[in-house]
Write a protein that binds this ligand. Structure first.
Ligand code: SF4
Ligand code: SF4
Ligand code: SF4
Length: 274
């Protein structure tokens, strides 16, 4: 099942990546994909409210609550760009397990705080879609930012996604206690660190056997990495209740009465009464 999820994710990323490439090149405009880009969607809502935009935002957040940050794995152009680079770079490198991220909400606070005012510069700097589209259109400033991002991916994996991106900070709040999560089975885990070394976001603290589902971008790499099948994606498994015998006074009375009848019949037969 784990392999199936991972293959599905890769296939979805390839299709969406091709759609973005076609859209940015002006060959084909995939409307829903572009319309659902999170930060431009929130800006549209704040500037010009519409129920269609509100419904789309609600769906994105609901989907994130149900399945985690899949948006970051397959629907964000900058996420796809970083995934591609990480897959290329990570062949010879290992990422380090996650560390506390005390300032991760700061860029999001600045970004959302400024939404009401003029935000063109902030959008070019921090919105993954605007940055990608403007780099694709040949704007040197955005191309330079993407080059910087590539260096960041080389050294720190998807640091931008876990510490800087306002969209990631917002989605993380919904993914944190979501329904389907990456789960680490403490009984299977031997703390070898193989999963953590492949995680682009440093979300796996293998020493304490914990996964940070707020920063996890659902690339699903770790599922393949564990030699002991200690990681899975899904809902919390309910422990099957132990088979505890249920005490029933009525049933006990029936058993006693039945036993007494059998004993009486046996005694009567032995005494020649029956
Ligand atoms: S965190 Fe931001 S840049 Fe990274 S994938 Fe998510 S939306 Fe895109
Ligand atoms: S790869 Fe498996 S066994 Fe190793 S730390 Fe991760 S979950 Fe534990
Ligand atoms: S915890 Fe697993 S699924 Fe999440 S980002 Fe890390 S490797 Fe990907």
């Amino acid at each position: 099942m784990n392999k199936k999820y991972r293959r599905l994710m890769i296939a979805l990323s390839v299709v969406v990546g091709a759609l973005f490439a076609a859209g940015f090149a002006g060959v084909f405009y995939p409307p829903l994909l572009f319309d659902m880009q999170l930060l431009p969607l929130i800006q549209r809502l704040s500037a010009d409210f519409s129920f269609a935009a509100l419904g789309l935002l609600f769906l994105l957040l609901l989907f994130t609550f149900l399945f985690g940050r899949f948006y970051c794995a397959a629907l964000c152009p900058l996420g796809l760009f970083q995934e591609l680079l990480f897959s290329l770079f990570a062949r010879g490198r290992k990422t380090k397990p996650g560390r506390p991220r005390p300032y991760k909400y700061f860029p999001a606070a600045v970004f959302f705080g400024a939404l009401a005012g003029s935000t063109a510069f902030l959008f070019r700097l921090l919105d993954p879609y605007t940055l990608s589209a403007s780099a694709a259109s040949g704007a040197w400033f955005s191309i330079a930012l993407l080059a910087l991002l590539a260096v960041l991916v080389w050294f720190k994996g998807r640091y931008f996604c876990t510490n800087i991106c306002p969209a990631g900070a917002l989605l993380g709040l919904f993914a944190r206690r979501g329904v389907n999560r990456i789960r680490l089975d403490e009984n299977r885990c031997v703390a070898c660190g193989a999963c953590a070394s492949r995680c682009p976001t440093g979300s796996i603290d293998f020493k304490n056997k914990k996964v940070d589902n707020e920063t996890c971008v659902r690339c699903l790499r770790c599922l393949d990495a564990c030699p002991r099948h200690g990681l899975s994606f899904g809902r919390k498994k309910e422990k099957s209740p132990a088979a505890v015998p249920v005490f029933s006074p009525r049933r006990r009375r029936l058993l006693v009465a039945g036993g007494a009848i059998v004993l009486f019949a046996a005694a009567a037969k032995a005494g020649g009464l029956l």
